[in-house]
Design a protein around this ligand. Structure first.
Ligand code: FE
Ligand code: FE
Ligand code: FE
Length: 163
């Protein structure tokens, strides 16, 4: 499809995030299993539920824009998740594995923060207030998740992982 304007590009980016979120819902259960810390498991479980809501939000956004909710393979998320999976295949002490899981999860969140930041800007410039409102809620959730993971790492996991 030829992209003629910012709205076309917005839809293109939304399809990418839609697929990225779907990939994340498949990856998180594996990360929950691989985690040892209850706090970390719980954070991942919580984010899985949040992610499912974010997908529903995107369904609504596509609806508002008169577009079919359809993903387009996000190769970047595929790569980030592939790295996480090969990390989970490593032999590692439980706390060290937890630290590695946080490192992978934060790469996911940072990709999402970049992607949602961009679509928020486009929606804002296109004057799509309702779309912006939904996308902004998700952007804030991704930022909060990232900060929470930093906190869990610094206050607990990384200390347990020792040196
Ligand atoms: Fe998300
Ligand atoms: Fe992508
Ligand atoms: Fe996320």
């Amino acid at each position: 499809m030829k992209l003629n304007n910012l709205q076309d590009l917005l839809i293109h980016e939304l399809k990418d995030i839609y697929n990225a979120e779907q990939q994340i819902t498949k990856a998180l259960p594996k990360m929950i299993k691989a985690a040892s810390s209850d706090t970390l498991k719980q954070a991942f479980e919580e984010h899985l539920m949040v992610t499912e809501k974010q997908i529903e939000r995107l369904d609504n956004v596509f609806d508002m824009m008169g577009e079919k909710a359809k993903g387009e393979k996000c190769k970047a998320m595929e790569g980030i998740i592939r790295e996480a999976e090969s990390m989970m295949d490593e032999r590692a002490d439980a706390s060290v594995m937890d630290a590695a899981l946080i490192a992978s999860a934060q790469r996911v969140e940072h990709y999402e923060i970049a992607a949602y930041g961009t679509v928020c800007t486009y929606a804002n410039q296109l004057g799509m207030k309702d779309v912006l409102n939904l996308l902004h809620q998700t952007l804030e959730e991704e930022k909060m998740t990232d900060q929470k993971l930093t906190q869990i790492a610094e206050k607990s996991i990384n200390l347990k992982a020792g040196r």
